[in-house]
Ligand binder design. Structure first.
Ligand SMILES: CC(=O)SCCNC(=O)CCNC(=O)[C@H](O)C(C)(C)COP(=O)(O)OP(=O)(O)OC[C@H]1O[C@@H](n2cnc3c(N)ncnc32)[C@H](O)[C@@H]1OP(=O)(O)O
Ligand SMILES: O=CC(=O)O
Ligand SMILES: [Mg+2]
Length: 565
């Protein structure tokens, strides 16, 4: 037997519990969050809840079969007692009573996390979802960033600009958004199956941060979360179970964890009371996730030619179905004593054109004024440069109060919102220019996502997975139903041949805009092929990011398993 070495060799693989295999690249920083204890916690969650998640995903498919057959989403007669009951959610945690402006952004890069926490917003929603491309590097760096942020030790040095980043004395409160239920985490296998992505995001973050968060940011409560893309209250029930299990494991009081659910699918708007009811001890409100909501409208009505959307740029909060959704959400939240959060205006600051910048800011102001007047308690900002204007609108309206949860409803409109209002088709023109813009934006977003960036500025707007999805499914819908499109006064049909021509021209335009070299080195050609295939697929892919996920999975033999051989 060889003599044992006196100096221990540095670890090069993860220390994993029974049944867990980590296939992502080894990195000592990642190993500091992928500890044996944390992985055992994630595995425990997966083992307890995987059956319920599988069932919920099957129920989504079953519901879609009904929508395809002509039955629209509706309020469930079986849960009328929940909608009509006089129950309320747990009181709002004092630490987050004021959520007038929430900045959002990906959990990686590190500099952005520091900027968001220092931005002057009340809350920072750190995103593992729409704004983050779920590469192994992004996810694990994101966990490291958040751990250091909660500890208050996060710093960053931008060597090229000679700039140091560190936290201010006053920072935003942290909410974390894990991925949706549908996304796997292929770099971590549990009992031979890919882990459920959101349980990895939630589990690692909760395990490492619950104590520091409650002692610091949460004033005894927390951690706080945003929960995306749910379609039914049974999915909220699973989250509630996950929270209870986490609280028990950590030995902290029940109802410590709090979460805001994004109402961003059409089926979920008919389930808002039921979702809040399932999470009533863990809830801190609902949010109007407008971009995924529009995406979901197309998905839900994919089989119905009488539900075609107009050009993407025309589907705003002014459309009747969107206004109805926002009013009903506000009324529902306030009846139950929690925040009704507004959504994201897509405009971002425009650096090189003062007039265009002022026009963009004015659109953001108008959007926020509509929200606060309707009764929203707070809203989202995509960029730190928007925060002063948004604060001014919200704080001006609220006059020093942290929220308007207890106010009388702003109008009668919400009291009379019907199922018909919620699904009324949006109005406006459908054009070949709209088809083109969808292609140009969809391809550039997908190229960025494949290269690791999940939120990008394109044509002076913020684009993320939710906005890009609208571009994809709208083109698919128009082609699927041979929509009549306006081309400078001439009507043309949306066909695969038209899309092929448009794609060729738009790919050339993208190359001209980004430059030949960047185009060649980027993943534009690959993104173009994927986007064309998705727009012409006989069956609509459920998610752009699910279809493309395999292209960003990188398995490393130096992960955990070889060390166990
Ligand atoms: C549909 C939904 O789900 S919406 C929610 C999900 N989407 C998002 O969260 C999008 C968030 N926003 C962003 O990612 C960015 O603002 C983008 C990609 C749109 C634009 O980013 P950039 O091109 O870097 O903007 P820009 O160059 O103007 O940035 C200026 C500074 O602001 C910082 N910044 C910009 N946006 C943010 C943000 N959301 N959070 C923190 N810092 C930010 C940049 O880091 C940069 O900092 P620096 O001066 O220290 O270098
Ligand atoms: O997540 C937010 C949305 O609009 O989608
Ligand atoms: Mg969304």
């Amino acid at each position: 037997m060889a003599a044992a070495s006196t100096t221990a060799a540095p670890a090069t693989c993860y220390d994993t519990p029974e049944g867990v295999d980590v296939r992502g690249r080894y990195d000592p920083a990642f190993a500091s969050v992928l500890t044996r204890g944390a992985l055992a916690f994630v595995a425990g969650l997966q083992r307890e809840f995987r059956g319920a998640v599988r069932h919920a995903m099957e129920q989504r498919r079953e519901a879609q079969r009904r929508y395809d057959a002509g039955e629209p989403p509706r309020f469930d007669p079986a849960t009328r007692f929940v909608r009509e009951g006089g129950w309320r959610c747990a009181p709002v945690p004092p630490a987050v009573a004021d959520r007038t402006v929430e900045i959002t952004g990906p959990a990686e890069p590190r500099k952005m996390v520091i900027n968001a926490l220092n931005s002057g917003a009340k809350v920072f929603m750190a995103d593992f979802e729409d704004a983050l491309s779920p590469t192994w590097e992004n996810l694990m760096n994101g966990q490291v960033n958040l751990r250091d942020a909660v500890a208050g030790t996060i710093t960053f040095r931008d060597a090229a600009r000679g700039r140091e980043y560190r936290l201010n004395d006053q920072t935003a409160k942290l909410f974390v958004r894990p991925r949706g239920w549908h996304l796997p985490e292929a770099h971590i296998l549990i009992d031979g199956e890919p882990a459920i992505g959101c349980l990895v995001d939630f589990g690692l973050y909760f395990f490492h941060n619950h104590a520091a968060f409650r002692a610091g940011q949460g004033a005894g409560l927390g951690p706080f979360f945003y929960l995306p893309k749910m379609e039914h209250s049974r999915e909220a029930r699973i989250w509630n179970g996950v929270f209870e299990r986490a609280e028990q494991t950590a030995g902290i009081e029940r109802a410590s964890i709090r979460a805001t659910v994004l109402v961003e699918t059409l089926p979920a708007v008919f389930q808002m009371d039921e979702i809040l009811y399932e999470l009533r001890d863990h809830s801190v409100g609902l949010n109007c996730g407008r971009w995924d909501y529009i995406f979901s409208y197309v998905k839900t009505f994919r089989a119905h030619p009488d539900r075609l959307l107009p050009d993407r740029a025309l589907v705003g909060m002014g459309q009747h179905f969107m206004r109805s959704y926002s009013h009903l959400l506000i009324r529902t939240c306030h009846r139950r004593g929690v925040h009704a959060m507004g959504g994201m205006a897509a405009q971002i600051p425009i650096k090189d054109d003062a007039a265009a910048n002022e026009a963009a800011l004015e659109l953001v102001r108008k959007d926020k004024l509509r929200e606060v007047r309707a009764g929203h308690d707070g809203t989202w900002a995509a960029h730190p440069g928007l925060i002063p204007a948004i604060r001014e609108v919200f704080e001006g309206h609220l006059g020093g109060r942290p929220n308007q949860i207890g106010d009388a409803p702003a109008g009668q409109e919400a009291a009379t919102v019907t199922a018909e209002d919620l699904i009324q088709p949006p109005r406006g023109a459908r054009t070949v220019d709209g088809l083109r813009l969808n292609a140009r934006v969809g391809v550039q977003y997908l190229a960025a996502w494949l290269a690791g960036s999940g939120s990008v500025p394109l044509y002076n707007l913020m684009e993320d997975a939710a906005t890009a999805e609208i571009s994809r499914v709208q083109n698919w819908q128009w082609l699927r139903h041979g929509a009549a499109l306006d081309a400078a006064g001439v009507e043309v049909r949306a066909t695969p041949e038209l899309l092929a021509r448009v794609m060729e021209e738009e790919m050339a335009r993208i190359q001209a805009e980004v430059g030949r070299e960047r185009f060649r080195q980027g993943r534009y050609a690959e993104a173009g092929r994927i986007f064309s295939r998705q727009c012409t697929a006989p069956e609509l892919d459920d998610f752009l990011t699910l279809d493309a996920y395999n292209l960003i999975v990188v398995h490393h033999p130096g992960g955990a398993s070889p060390c166990k051989l």
